[in-house]
Design a protein around this ligand. Structure first.
Ligand code: G3P
Ligand code: MG
Length: 246
């Protein structure tokens, strides 16, 4: 049985400010074997890692990511908002910073294209170029709630894996996945039933449910046969996998 991937959602986001280098680095010490991150594009076309389209929840800035230059974003603090303030000084990383961190490892990188609200034309091409430049083609899964973008991505880069992100109960999503060119379903975890996992496997499609923080729910999904789990607490998942001898 292939190892079940332990994706740290936005890095170790339960104990570090999400989508910062501190969160990514720490997740690796907690046993993550994969990292999930959200990518958006600046006004001057650079790829940055941040979840919200708007800056104020996780930085000391305001306004939209799409309206700022990279230099303007680099001047912001993306760590001070979290916990006791000890992460003050953390920055919004560029995608390249994370690719660099993963260079000499076997960690799988799940890059979520955050292009559901703003489409960020040209972002797919830039992500492909960055992934190729760092030799990560065989270690990435590109996901998005924007399935038009995913289908376009797959046309541009047929060798890169894509994962269909969705929230609700799609009917036979493994068949839908094939129409988009995906081999992975990144489903909201409550939309996953064991029989779906089994039927998807028959078509060569795997599940990577998100965002699962309850150990009981993790165990249910592991027993159902998912190929990976996206979690804010990779240490909890790593402990569970170890106890189960997986
Ligand atoms: O990729 C799984 C999950 O990150 C999707 O939702 O909003 O946390 O990016 P969100
Ligand atoms: Mg995400």
């Amino acid at each position: 049985m292939a190892k079940i991937l332990n994706f740290a959602h936005r890095g170790a986001s339960a104990v570090c400010p999400e989508n910062t280098m501190a969160a990514f680095r720490h997740s690796l010490t907690l046993g993550a074997t994969g990292i999930e991150t959200d990518v958006q594009m600046t006004r001057d076309g650079e790829l940055v890692l941040i979840h919200d389209e708007e800056l104020s929840r996780t930085t000391n800035g305001s306004g939209y990511v799409k309206d700022k230059t990279l230099a303007e974003l680099e001047a912001l603090d993306a760590g001070a908002w979290f916990g006791d303030g000890s992460f003050k000084g953390e920055k919004i990383p560029q995608l390249e910073d994370l690719l660099e961190l993963l260079l000499d490892r076997d960690t799988v990188l799940n890059i979520e294209l955050k292009n559901g609200v703003f489409l960020y034309p040209g972002m797919e091409e830039k992500v492909i170029a960055a992934v190729r430049a760092y030799g990560m083609s065989s270690r990435v899964v590109i996901s998005s709630f924007n399935h038009y973008s995913l289908a376009y991505f797959k046309k541009l880069a047929p060798d890169l894996e894509i994962g269909i992100l969705y929230m609700e109960g799609l009917y036979r999503p493994w068949e839908y996945a094939a129409t988009v060119g995906a081999k992975a379903l990144h489903a909201y975890h409550l939309a996953v039933l064991p029989e779906f996992v089994r039927d998807a496997a028959q078509s060569g499609v795997v599940y990577h449910p998100f965002t699962v923080n309850d150990p009981k729910r993790m165990e249910f999904l592991i027993d159902a046969g998912v190929a990976g789990i996206i979690t804010d607490v990779p240490d909890v998942l790593a402990g569970l996998l170890a106890r189960k001898g997986l």
